[in-house]
Design a protein around this ligand. Structure first.
Ligand SMILES: C[S@@+](CC[C@H](N)C(=O)[O-])C[C@H]1O[C@@H](n2cnc3c(N)ncnc32)[C@H](O)[C@@H]1O
Length: 242
């Protein structure tokens, strides 16, 4: 099957390998690059996600594609719950493990094949991860399977900005980000991939439709910074059988 990696057509096996190389190569500079590329605004976007989290004590929480664990650590700080960070990259997890010595648990796992029992998770968060999955449909199926009935899924992703912002945004992402990627992360290709993957990602409404197609209900979204990012919320139906 042909998949895309940025603008290149590759097989799904090649895509998986290329993406794992991207995150292995940028793991140590990943958080610094996020700060530089977004002028620190990614922290506010992640805070918006964390602010929306309401949990009963002891709830099982998974931060999928959790990378270096900053969203998981913030959820833990807000709610006191232990959070499981699941990510496909050992290198990203290693960086996170050293940084957060709090009540986070770490598991190397792919979104397309989650190591959690059906109906076992109260909340699953996924920030800037869906775009990188080799098979996003399978990942949504897996998220749906693992969530308890009435369990919540919160997805934070780059999205489609307001039309008036698009020319500035396009200029910035085409010219500045690849240069930052070259000079700071020393991985221009990785950041070229990032920009192209954002460009190809579904817009706010299309993503809502994908979540509904996967069986979720109460699907809604909230734009952040005029749609540069968006938070999507979805719930597994209460009456869903295992
Ligand atoms: C852009 S980073 C996001 C990290 C973190 N959630 C954040 O918001 O900063 C994407 C993460 O997705 C992970 N990833 C890529 N493909 C994956 C897959 N198939 N399953 C699970 N994680 C994956 C990468 O290893 C990387 O840590």
């Amino acid at each position: 099957m042909r998949e895309s990696f940025g603008n290149r057509k590759v097989t799904s096996g090649e895509r998986k390998l290329l993406i794992s190389r991207v995150f292995a190569s940028i793991a140590k500079r990943y958080d610094l690059m996020n700060d530089l590329m977004s002028f620190g605004i990614h922290r506010r976007w992640k805070q918006a996600l964390v602010k929306s989290v309401i949990l009963p004590a002891g709830a099982v929480v998974v931060d999928l594609a959790g990378g270096t664990g900053d969203v998981a650590a913030a959820i833990h700080k807000k709610t006191g719950n232990s959070v499981i960070v699941a990510d496909a990259s050992r290198q990203m997890i290693e960086v996170g493990r050293k940084r957060h010595k709090s009540a986070l648990r770490w598991v190397v796992a792919e979104g397309e094949n989650l190591p959690f029992a059906a109906n076992s998770v109260e909340l699953l968060t996924l920030s800037y991860g869906l775009r990188n999955m080799t098979d996003s449909e399978k990942t949504l199926e897996e998220i749906f399977r693992c969530l308890k009935p009435s369990g919540k899924f919160i997805c934070l992703e780059f999205s489609t900005p307001a039309f008036w912002l698009k020319p500035f945004y396009d200029f910035y992402s085409r010219t500045i980000i690849p240069r930052l990627g070259a000079f700071v992360a020393r991985e221009p290709e990785a950041y070229q991939y990032l920009i192209e993957s954002i460009r190809k990602f579904p817009n706010q409404r299309q993503l809502c439709q994908q979540f509904m197609d996967a069986g979720f209900e109460r699907v809604e979204y909230k734009n952040l910074s005029f749609g540069i990012s968006a938070l999507h919320f979805a719930t597994k139906p209460a009456e869903h059988d295992a």
